[in-house]
Design a protein around this ligand. Sequence first.
Ligand code: CA
Length: 530
Amino acid sequence: MKTSTAVAASLLTMASAVGAQDLPKPASTLSRAVATAVNMQPAIPRPEQDAAAAEKLDAFVDATGQRPNIVIFIVDDMGYGDPGAFGGGGMIGAATPNMDQLAAEGLKLTSTYSQYTCTPTRAAIYTGRLPARTGLIRPILAGDTITVNPWEGELSVAGLLSDAGYHTMLVGKWHIGETEGMRPHDVGFDEFYGFYKAQKEYTQDVYQMRFPDLALDPDKLERYHAIGSNNDLIYGLKDGTTETVETIDSLQDMAEGDRKLRDYTLTRIEELATGDKPFLISHSFMKVHADNFPSEEFKGTSASKFPYRDNMVEVDAYIGDIVAKLDAVGELENTFVFVTSDNGPQMDSWPDSGYTPFRGAKGTTWEGGVRVPGIAYWKGMIAPGRVSDGLFDLMDLFNTSLALAGVTPDVLPDTSYFDGIDQSSFLLMDDGESKREQVYNWLGAQLAAMRMREYKAHLLVSLAQEKFLYIDMATVVPTGLAPWLFNLYIDPKEEYPVGHRMNAWTASLGAELKAHAATFKAFPPKDLGL
Ligand code: CA
């Protein structure tokens, strides 16, 4: 296994092998990002920061004799403003002391970006590639027919780390396919304990209050079940073992789902701590995706008493339990922890929904749809009390995890384009700065917007035709002669465009968007028929 110093060296080798003259130049003078390979997202060079971080990581590996564990918490549909550390918490009737503590004792990232909805974000985290490239452009729903296995030709961070000596495990929600060949344990995870789909899809056939036309109609129920979608809590192993732990057939079964996931992760951490392999755990909550049902232990425990808020309290408590377990088994200082959400709140299901201070919601590329909480925590390795508005795309977790695991980027095929950036030096150095210059926001197969520095330029906008109905009654409209251009420092809610009349960079931002789109010509995307 190569050290992280070797990672930096091999990047340089890669750059010189290609030849600087072949590498794409920045599309505008506004961009500080530099290409190191034709198939990699250009990044802001920070050679001193990178070298210092590599040294810090090498010292960790030398001292402990192993690579760090990685634990990524993905809360489903949690809004930017839900955790107290991001402005919510007690203020909105659901205190989140555990997340707040991780943020206070780690690095709070205020410009973290997801994709616009569940499946695309998860696919992006695990592949380091934009959903528009892999074809996973929207959630896969019960009844969907996919013509091509999206995982064909893809590498997952779980598979790469497994090959590098990690034990890799997904606990909780998957949502990137449930047929053989597409399941977590088929695509790199050594172990899976969880659910193939989103919370709502398990309970809609038994939720008589919200879905009476289905749940109370035997004929429709029979037809619905004929779709054959899996309704089980599943245990799977890389060798193909796939077992049903429990079939979900009541609201209470689903209400207790996250408790079972928590218990499983606690047990496995205890066991894995006695082994000699580092581990990657993606602990992906089913909550707080609608429809939310409170578990017995947490019913009414939030100040608000609403099921969504009770479930925020539950999720926060479980994050605390899992971090406490890492500490109890002596692994906390060996573990990089990241907490985030896979998209903005689903306002369509209000009041069973989260909170964002921004415009828009899940299903859109407004800030409300794609800006999510981000907390990076690693006791002893990430300085407490840091806050940064440096850009961080959740896809960066792919490259960053590889770097932490000591896996060099030369394992990535040069026939595929990779959109993630190794942000390990940003996260690990006390004064670390982001290496990401642009975040591209895709709406399905269409490039809708881009954040670059504090500017956000929209080519396509989702306009809700009723307040909050950003999915069920929105129209997507191309913008006019100029992109809708907002300065997020003076207008974080994207209410009043500065446009070309107040911004000198309109043409530059347009050129950046065009250059990004051009990478799809050089590296054609897959079409799954979604
Ligand atoms: Ca989601």
